[in-house]
Design a protein around this ligand. Structure first.
Ligand code: PDD
Length: 282
């Protein structure tokens, strides 16, 4: 498996980073995860725009322009022996003696690798997954896709220990998002999600879902959604680049709606698959 590190492609086993890298010591870095279907990156422009937002948020200069990123990602994709990929890229503030303040004149560390992307089958989507809830204990800049993911790691582990796929995080009586996904609610035929803010990561999948809803006349509303509304939903979905649109059919052990993939989830999944096909053919 070829990976990219600081200007070179190399076998994974040859990729080495100093233990003084600020990503390792402080979690001082940001990342993106780009899904790739049939060797075509999905929504790359939007991912690179969000990467810029994250870099701006931590005051780290972007080491590359969009054209160079595009070229590097294409090279990485070409070097894998599988067609559907998830491309992970991360940039840290580089290697320096440990001190919280930014080091001067240090080059960032740029790392990329690709993994096979295995999308959920129709059967898996039809069966759905279970989720639990937990307090959202994260900081106030969840819109930055930071590599320091400790609170998300703890939340996801709680789900795994409960035999579930995701944890829906609650803050001040409202839900924010999943440990590694955005959350949508359907009630009486209306699709709802919290609006973009500093308390959630605005997913690329979230944006696509909202665009598809608008384009196909599905009523959608962005507003804060209370815990009571979360528990009273007809349908609950988790969305992300790797999970796409996955129905949550049980929350804290209580069935959501009739405990199966709902009709709007089925419709949105069909629209999403169609949209992917269009992108791949383009
Ligand atoms: N996570 N919110 C959080 C906290 C996330 O970690 C993710 C994705 C999302 C959905 O974003 P997108 O639709 O752009 O994938 C929302 C990725 C998949 C990860 O960290 O592996």
């Amino acid at each position: 498996m070829a990976v990219y590190l600081d200007g070179r492609f190399m076998p994974l086993a040859d990729a080495r980073v100093s233990v003084l890298d600020r990503g390792f010591v402080f979690g001082d870095g940001v990342y993106e995860l780009v899904p790739v279907y049939s060797r075509k990156p999905f929504r790359l422009e939007e991912h690179l725009r969000r990467l810029q937002h994250s870099l701006d948020g931590i005051r780290l200069a972007n080491p590359h322009g969009v054209a160079v990123w595009r070229e590097l990602i294409e090279q990485l994709i070409a070097q894998q022996d599988f067609d559907d990929q998830s491309v992970y890229l991360q940039i840290t503030r580089g290697v320096a003696p440990r001190d919280h303040a930014f080091p001067a004149g240090v080059a960032p560390t740029v790392f990329m690798f690709a993994q096979p992307l295995v999308s959920a089958t129709a059967e898996q989507k039809s069966a759905g997954v279970c989720a639990i809830t937990a307090p959202d204990i994260r900081w106030g800049r969840c819109d930055i896709k930071a590599i320091s993911l400790l609170a998300n790691v703890l939340a996801r582990q709680q789900a795994v220990e409960a035999g579930c796929a995701e944890t829906v995080m609650l803050r001040d009586g409202f839900f924010s998002e999943g440990a590694a996904s955005n959350i949508f609610v359907v009630k009486d035929g209306v699709l709802r999600a919290p609006p973009p803010s500093r308390l959630i990561l605005t997913g690329i999948t979230y944006d696509v879902v909202l665009e598809l809803a608008a384009a196909h006349g599905i009523p959608a509303e962005l507003r804060a959604i209370s815990e009571a509304e979360l528990r009273d939903a007809d349908e609950l979905w988790m969305t992300s680049s790797t999970k796409e649109i996955m129905p949550i059919v049980s929350l804290d052990g209580v069935p959501v709606g009739d405990g199966k993939q709902g009709p709007m989830a089925r419709q949105m999944d069909a629209l999403y698959q169609q949209f992917k096909q269009q992108v791949m053919r383009a």
